[in-house]
Design a protein around this ligand. Structure first.
Ligand code: XMP
Length: 507
């Protein structure tokens, strides 16, 4: 099914919710016309929310013929208002906007089948539909929004003013499922197993008998992409794991064991810690560290690729959110490859064609596919980890000694966070090694050693973040274990800053 995007803050969320109902969905621009819709042959359309008013200057419009295709369509918020206007109803601006929970009374409708007639819904709008289009029936109301839903079942057109896609509408997912299954007749068949089957076929068709190379970073995206390609073309794939020595405790071993050992994927493990540390020696500027790690990574990768002979394809773990952000979701413009400082962002000038088996998946879907493929839970649920690794968590000079201190402290922190059952609730949790030392006393001796800073945040997307309220007893265990077990550390501090104004990382 297609989610027609009017720029609403929840458009991506709608697509994800539909996929959670196991119906495949894609986000498309509101500029899409009837011919392209027909060509794509969707079972249903959803018109997303959008800006405050359909009357605002430059408010996104849609070809009204899209509503005449006989395809079941659900308009949400702005989508409902636009629909109302195009079908001859009335939309009026309110003096104040309605934002937050509302109690709605629901009438007879296939959307609300088997759901409580009175329930809480989430509103976020300024305009309202004040007269339903001719032939349409009002099916829900709330105290401040008399027309909270309407439908013209004969034409398969449905509108809701509230947002069924957000969790604050407790039965919202049920409504979406009623729409998908009962109104649109879309079967819930889009499962991780189905995704794997489809991608395997696509990859085989694309790659044929050619050789493929894939860079592994230890992260879930490259791991799942590699496993999909390996499932499709077996040993035509070689994975290259550039081990820059800046990963956390045991991570490199796990990549090697999982891929080389368990899955028997041809794996080149490049132990390059010395090379990276040599280049980082004496470098303290964070951006310079990023550049060095990024450049060196590409250099090592290229050297290894050259040694493999005639490789025609390169696997890239591009996600659907990258495709949408780079405009690729808007009517099929080719996606830009992310080429920021991220390690694993591979050279632009490599003359290889890309294989992108995750291009249509959101992050949580990648994880579910990873689970289905048998990837260890630890990898599937790994918190985000920056490409330049521990180099940007060691403030100042990156030396082997300081790297070992941070790695040991971080391992304790990870262990205790997991033991407390907090790992998955936190966006990131890690140790930072600042470039200062302070005085302490251990036994009878005065010490002059490094502090370790505990950084743990909650976040939705890393754009903003809040410091995590970790229980005192967990903090106590982390602190005393680090001070007792890690040589060279005599103090543990907790970072209580949100983002903004701080960033998540220290560099
Ligand atoms: P900041 O520190 O900017 O981080 O709040 C936001 C998110 O991005 C990650 N991060 C990076 N990821 N290469 C990466 O691949 C980098 O150079 C880099 N710097 C920050 C960070 O871990 C957080 O999730």
């Amino acid at each position: 099914m297609l989610v027609i995007d009017f720029g609403g803050q929840y458009s991506q969320l709608i697509a994800r919710r539909v996929r959670e109902a196991r119906v495949y969905s894609e986000l498309v621009s509101h500029r899409i016309g009837p011919d392209e819709i027909r060509a794509r042959n969707p079972l249903a359309l959803v018109l997303s929310g959008g800006p405050a008013s359909v009357y605002a200057e430059g408010a996104p419009q849609m070809d009204a013929r899209n509503l005449e295709l006989g395809i079941p369509t659900l308009g949400i918020c702005y989508g409902m208002q636009l629909m109302a206007r195009q079908l001859g109803g009335t939309v009026e601006s309110n003096d104040v906007s309605e934002y937050g929970k509302a109690e709605a009374a629901l009438g007879e409708s296939p959307l609300f089948h088997d759901l409580p007639p009175e329930q809480t819904v989430w509103m976020s709008h300024r305009d309202s539909v004040t007269a339903a289009p001719p032939g349409a029936r009002v099916t829900a109301s709330s105290p401040s929004t008399p027309i909270a839903a309407f439908e013209d079942a004969g034409r398969g057109l449905y509108g809701v003013q509230f947002h069924p896609e957000v969790v604050h509408t407790p039965h919202g997912q049920d409504m979406l499922e009623n729409f998908l299954y009962d109104v649109a007749g879309a079967p819930p068949v889009w499962t991780p197993a189905a995704v794997i089957e489809e991608q395997v076929e696509r990859i085989r068709a694309q790659v044929g008998k050619e050789k493929v190379i894939c860079g592994l970073s230890g992260g879930v995206d490259s791991a799942v992409a590699a496993l999909l390609v390996h499932k499709a073309v077996g040993d035509q794939l070689t994975c290259v794991f550039v081990d820059h020595g800046l990963l956390r405790h045991n991570e490199a071993e796990q990549v090697v064991e999982t891929f080389g050992g368990h899955f028997r994927v041809p794996l080149v493990h490049v132990r390059a810690q010395e090379r990276f540390l040599t280049r980082l020696s004496g470098v303290t500027d964070p951006e310079a560290k990023r550049m060095i790690v990024g450049e060196e990574f590409i250099r090592v990768f290229e050297e290894e690729a050259a040694g493999l002979g005639d490789v025609r394809f390169l696997v890239q773990g591009t996600l659907y959110s990258d495709v949408i952000e780079s405009g690729g979701g808007e009517g099929g413009v080719a996606a830009k490859i992310k080429s920021h400082h991220n390690v694993g962002g591979l050279p632009d000038d490599m003359e290889m064609e890309l294989v992108e088996p995750l291009r249509l998946l959101f992050k949580d879907e990648v994880r579910r596919v990873g689970e289905e493929l048998g990837l260890p839970q630890r990898m599937v649920w790994r918190q985000p980890f920056p490409g330049p690794g521990l180099a940007i968590r060691i403030v100042g000079d990156v030396t082997l000694e300081r790297l070992e201190i941070l790695r040991a402290a971080d391992a304790i922190l990870q262990e205790e966070i997991r033991r407390a059952g907090l790992y998955r609730d936190l966006w990131q949790s890690f140790a930072v090694l600042p470039a200062i030392r302070s005085v302490g006393v251990q036994g009878d001796e005065r010490t002059y050693a490094y502090p370790i800073v505990i950084r743990a945040v909650t976040s939705e997307d890393a754009m903003t973040a809040d410091w995590a309220r970790i229980p005192y007893d967990v903090l106590e265990t982390i602190s005393s274990r680090i001070i007792n077990e890690v040589q060279g550390v005599n103090r543990v501090a907790l970072d209580l800053s949100s983002k903004p104004p701080a960033t998540i990382e220290w560099e």
